[in-house]
Design a protein around this ligand. Structure first.
Ligand code: ACM
Ligand code: ZN
Length: 762
């Protein structure tokens, strides 16, 4: 930029110093550290000159121009006329300090973005894009009716100085439980980079699948990348080394480092399926087809184990140029090591007294190897167990914050990713009845946003600096599709971005919601991202099938303050439907259809609640005694409607819950003999009332009425199919159907078989 222009900027911004701070009026996520607003706006036109100055700056200018082109805005590189103003991306030694920092000035002459590095300029470009209307993210495939107004390609006069709070701002993707195609990984890279996320932790190996080609050990992918699911279908996939290179290069262009994870010594069953000599007892196994922690683990007692691990690392390192290498280390049961001659010999040789020392031996050996290669080891917080952890190791705290606090206290650098504080994005983000099946837990947007990655204990001991950053983990047991991955990631990844980038004093949840539900929602939609919009919920717990005898008042709320629309005539709600303001009084059988309306005009998914007016179902005659008849059917049945007319066995049991637990289930479930069962008995209702039934069993029938129907659920877990009935005092017939088997990785034998019957209002 010429000297005169610089003077003009200085003059302009000396005026800005007295202007009100109005960071709230822009839509940038994460919130920059310093924003000073001016009066007026610079208009981008096809004559605006866009250029990079300094080494690597042209790359950023090209990126910015590419975005404008994609959105149909023909800005010109270098060819533009400077008189029409310019957008300059400049590498400058006087820019704010820091590898990722940048300064941005927008005035009548245009835009001056300055940084010391290309990364800083890239973040300046991302901020600029978010200062433009969301149409800038539209592609040819975007439905333009999404936008209420035509775009004005204007950038507000302002001055921003910005730098991240943490240098590690990560998301972990798990392609092992459910594979994530390269195209989806790239889509996430592009979107996450827009919010200044800079690390993608790629969890490439686990019990359920080995996902990276290793040429020296071809069976890792030939055998370890595929599994035969509980229903007999084949599932799998892996990344070739060429694909990995392509993804890593794509990430580099988006200033994201990929941190690969090679799990050891636990979570290694897919590798053991390929090469049984990796386990203590040479187990012949297959990749695991259920979730949870596997007992068959890698043997740390044999030299061949380390030859293997180092060979794999040797092939991985050229693919991943970043400094960080994750070696897993979590959830490794040690019982196999007790009975392994090699493990026991190693313990004697090293004078170990605890099995955990075999774990730290593994971490130590691999850590040394990685160090020789110029890499730094990261591991889950279990790498602290057994002691002796090299001081350079980075500890990733996932079992709450304790691992991180302990490790930082010992002088390690740490990454906070606590499952307890919302950073497991595989958890529910609303009431489980309204949400697709998740792994459990509760991680709504507000909880993620509220997190401070520096725990109080570390502030008190002056160890703040040991916290390198924060990460969200998106485990994929319950993420069967790329759509669901998007649903789980967004907009929570935006909250993560602000937690990771913005200083706590500048965070504000209400303002974050304004930006998410206004501008960012439209950007996500323009990218065709299936992001989460909260559903209307009943504050006392959701239920889609209500019953009443006289009237019912339906209360609705959302996990963050948003408008709710609804209809009571069975029609689909729209933007102009009735707004929810107070509990809805229902006096006759009604279907309520309701949805959340975002301020940007987008509506969330529709929730249907049926409220049935009914008389108390009369009590029935029941035989004396409380015995339950249990009919057993050998084999696996995918539906209650295909059970044979005649069961294999009929027995009498004490409790309905006995539908489950009739067979000894092998811990691997591989050798279990599946069965289905039907329990028939009576429940005793103490007084007239509305009763709510719920169960994870396949079906529950009350007095011949199908009351809980999970028969079409993919995974009979956290069943959303609650139902209320009006029941008169006395006995009522109950029939429960249980289907044993592994359904989408979930063994129904892990359910408790219970039927819950709760009086409403108690
Ligand atoms: C983990 O969630 N097992 C790191
Ligand atoms: Zn062993």
């Amino acid at each position: 930029m010429r000297h005169t222009t610089q003077i003009a900027f200085i003059l302009l911004f000396s005026l800005f110093l007295h202007a009100p701070v109005a960071a709230r009026s822009i839509n940038v996520i994460p919130t920059p550290q310093s924003v000073v607003m001016g009066e007026g706006a610079f208009k981008l036109t096809s004559s605006t000159r866009i250029e990079g100055q300094g080494k690597g700056a042209g790359e950023v200018a090209d990126f910015f121009i590419g975005k404008l082109y994609r959105a149909g805005m023909r800005a010109s590189e270098k060819r533009g006329d400077k008189k029409q103003g310019s957008v300059i991306f400049k590498i400058s030694a006087t820019a704010p300090e820091g590898r990722e920092a940048y300064a941005l000035e927008i005035g009548p002459q245009g835009v001056l973005a300055q940084a010391r590095t290309t990364t800083g300029l890239f973040y300046a470009a991302q901020t600029l894009l978010q200062l433009l209307p969301p149409q800038v993210e539209a592609t040819a495939a975007t439905d333009k009716s999404l936008f209420r107004t035509a775009p004005t390609w204007e950038l507000p006069f302002l001055k921003i100085e910005d730098a991240p709070r943490f240098s590690y701002r990560g998301v972990m993707l798990d392609p092992c439980r459910h594979f994530i195609p390269v195209s989806a990984v790239k889509k996430h890279i592009e979107q996450l980079a827009a919010f200044k996320i800079n690390k993608l932790h790629w969890h490439l190996t686990d019990d359920q699948g080995w996902r990276i080609e290793i040429k020296k050990y071809p069976l890792l992918t030939k055998v370890g990348a595929y599994r035969t699911e509980g229903d007999g279908s084949n599932y799998g996939g892996y990344y070739t080394q060429e694909e990995v290179k392509d993804v890593v290069e794509y990430a580099r262009k988006h200033h994201i480092d990929i941190v690969p994870e090679l799990e050891m010594p636990g979570h290694g069953m897919a590798a053991i399926a390929a090469y049984p000599w990796l386990s203590c007892h040479g187990d012949t196994v297959k990749p695991r087809i259920i979730w949870g922690v596997e007992d068959v683990v890698i043997c740390p007692g044999r030299e061949t184990t380390f030859t293997f691990l180092k060979d794999v690392i040797d092939e991985m390192l050229p693919l991943f140029p970043g400094e960080l290498f994750h070696i897993g280390g979590d959830e490794c049961p040690r019982q196999q090591w007790k009975t392994c001659d090699s493990c026991q010999a190693l313990m004697q040789q090293e004078k170990y007294t605890r099995l955990s020392q075999l774990q730290s031996y593994t971490v130590g050996e691999i850590g040394k190897y990685l160090k020789q290669k110029g890499k730094r080891l990261i591991g889950w917080d279990e790498i602290l167990e057994g002691g002796n952890l090299d001081s350079s190791a980075i500890v990733m705290s996932w079992r709450g914050e304790d691992g991180g606090i302990t490790a930082a206290g010992m002088g390690h650098q740490v990454l906070m990713t606590p499952s307890s504080h919302g950073f497991y994005f595989d958890q529910f983000q609303g009431d489980y009845v309204t949400e697709p099946t998740a792994i459990g837990g509760y991680s709504p947007l507000e909880k993620v946003y509220a997190y401070d990655p520096v725990p109080k204990a570390l502030k008190e001991t002056g160890k703040e600096q040991n916290v390198l950053g924060v990460q969200a983990n998106c485990w994929s047991e319950y993420i069967h599709t790329t759509d669901m991955l998007e649903y789980r990631l967004y907009p929570r990844a935006l909250a993560l971005a602000e937690v990771a980038w913005t200083q706590p004093a500048r965070k504000n949840f209400a303002d974050f919601c304004r930006r998410v539900d206004g501008d960012a929602a439209l950007r996500l939609k323009a990218w065709n991202v299936n992001f989460h919009i909260p559903l209307p919920e009943q504050p006392e717990g959701c239920n889609d099938q209500l019953a009443f005898t006289d009237h019912c008042d339906l209360s609705l709320t959302t996990t963050r303050p948003l408008d709710i629309v609804y209809t009571t005539d069975g029609s689909q709600p729209t933007e102009t439907s009735m707004r929810y303001v107070a509990p809805i009084r229902l006096e006759r059988t009604t279907t309520v259809k309701t949805a959340t309306l975002l301020p940007c005009g987008l509506m969330g998914p529709i929730r249907t609640i049926s409220a049935t007016k009914m008389s108390y179902l009369p009590a029935v005659e029941a035989p004396s005694g409380d015995k339950v008849k249990l009919s057993l059917y050998n084999g696996r049945y995918a539906s209650p409607y295909i059970l044979p007319a005649v069961p294999d066995t009929v027995i009498t049991v004490e409790k309905i819950e006995a539908v489950r637990g009739q067979r000894q289930i092998n811990s691997l479930l591989g050798k279990s003999e599946d069965y289905a069962s039907v329990a028939e008995g009576y429940i005793d209702i103490k007084e007239n009332g509305i009763y709510e039934f719920s169960s994870n069993n396949s079906q529950v029938w009350i007095d011949g009425l199908l009351t809980v129907d999970n028969s079409t659920l993919k995974v009979a877990r956290f069943s959303p199919n609650k139902r209320q009935l009006a029941l008169a005092k006395g006995k009522h017939a109950v029939k429960v159907v249980f289907l044993g088997g592994i359904f989408k990785g979930w063994p129904t034998y892990w359910d408790d078989g219970k039927v819950s019957c709760k009086k409403v209002g108690q």
